[in-house]
Design a protein around this ligand. Structure first.
Ligand SMILES: C[S@@+](CC[C@H](N)C(=O)[O-])C[C@H]1O[C@@H](n2cnc3c(N)ncnc32)[C@H](O)[C@@H]1O
Length: 250
C-alpha cells in the first residue's frame, strides 16, 4: 500500500495545492490521474448512454477530475468513492463533488442502488479483481451500466511475465466479467484515444512541474514518479495497453 499512498494520497494533496496556485482551469486535467484523456471519457460516457440528471458513481475516483468532467459535460448527479483520504479531500475542495473514503472491495452503497458507474484505472491498481467486480455488480441495479478503463497486459505485447504488477491480462477480461455476472457489450483497445489535446497536456504539465519544484526531494514524490514512469514505459513498449470496457449487470 506504500506506493499507492505516495502515488494517490500525497500526490493528490499536492495536486490540490498546485491547482489553487495555478488556477481552476488546471483542475480537470490534473485531476484525471489515470483516466487519460477527454476522448477516453467521452467514449465511455457515450457507450453508457448517460443522460442529464442521472445518478452516477465513480469508484476509485482519485482526485475526481474524471467525475468533474462528466458533471460538466453531462450534468449528472455524481458521487465519488476513493480509499485515499488526501484524494477525497482534494476531490471535495477542487470540484465540490460529494466524495467519501471507501474501498471498492466494500462499498458503502445498498444492493442495486446505482444505475451506472465507472472505475477508471482501478482494476490495474489492485490484485483482487474478482472481489472488486463482484462488489461493483452488487451495487448496480439489474441492467445497470459499467464502464472500465483497464491497463492490461496485452496478448500481442510480448513477454507478459516481465510485468511485475497486479495488472490483469487483457484476454482474461471477458471471462472475469462473465464470472461476475456482467454481460459484456464491448471491449476496445484504446491506445489511440489516450492522446489529449495540447491545451489539456500543457495544464497537466504545469501542475506536474509545480509539484516537482516543491516536492522532488521527498521520498513520496520519488515513489509516485517511479510508479508513473514504470506504467508509461510498459505502455510505450506495448506490453501493457489501455482497454475500455462497457458491460451491463445481469
Ligand atoms: C490510476 S488511479 C485513477 C484515479 C481516477 N479514477 C482517475 O481516472 O483519474 C487509481 C485509483 O484507484 C484507487 N484504488 C486503488 N485500490 C482501490 C480499491 N481497492 N478500491 C477503490 N479504489 C482503489 C487509487 O487510490 C487511485 O485513486
Amino acid at each position: 500500500m506504500e506506493s499507492n499512498d505516495a502515488e494517490f494520497d500525497d500526490y493528490a494533496r499536492w495536486t490540490a495545492e498546485a491547482v489553487r496556485a495555478l488556477g481552476p482551469h488546471h483542475a480537470i486535467p490534473a485531476g484525471c490521474r489515470g483516466s487519460g484523456s477527454p476522448a477516453v471519457l467521452a467514449w465511455l460516457a457515450e457507450a453508457l448512454g448517460l443522460r442529464a440528471g442521472q445518478r452516477f458513481l465513480d469508484v476509485g475516483a482519485g482526485v475526481g477530475g474524471a467525475a468533474a468532467w462528466l458533471s460538466e459535460h453531462y450534468s449528472l448527479r455524481t458521487g465519488c468513492l476513493e480509499p485515499m483520504p488526501g484524494a477525497v479531500e482534494a476531490c471535495r475542495s477542487l470540484f465540490g463533488l460529494p466524495a467519501a473514503v471507501a474501498t471498492a472491495h466494500q462499498l458503502p452503497v445498498r444492493n442495486g442502488a446505482v444505475p451506472t458507474l465507472w472505475a477508471l484505472g482501478v482494476l490495474s491498481t489492485t490484485s483482487h479483481h474478482p472481489v472488486l467486480l463482484a462488489e461493483l455488480h452488487r451495487v448496480l441495479e439489474p441492467g445497470g451500466g459499467l464502464g472500465l478503463l483497464v491497463y492490461a497486459a496485452s496478448p500481442a505485447g510480448g513477454e507478459v511475465s516481465s510485468v511485475d504488477t497486479d495488472l490483469p491480462a487483457a484476454d482474461a477480461l471477458p471471462g472475469m466479467l462473465e464470472d461476475a455476472s456482467f454481460d459484456l457489450i464491448e471491449v476496445v483497445e484504446a491506445s489511440e484515444l489516450m492522446d489529449a489535446p495540447r491545451s489539456w497536456t500543457d495544464r497537466l504539465a504545469a501542475v506536474e512541474g509545480w509539484i516537482a519544484e516543491r516536492h522532488d526531494h521527498e521520498a513520496a514524490w520519488r515513489t509516485a514518479e517511479s510508479g508513473e514512469s514504470r506504467l508509461t514505459a510498459l505502455l510505450r513498449s506495448g506490453v501493457v495497453r489501455p482497454f475500455l470496457v462497457h458491460a451491463r449487470a445481469r
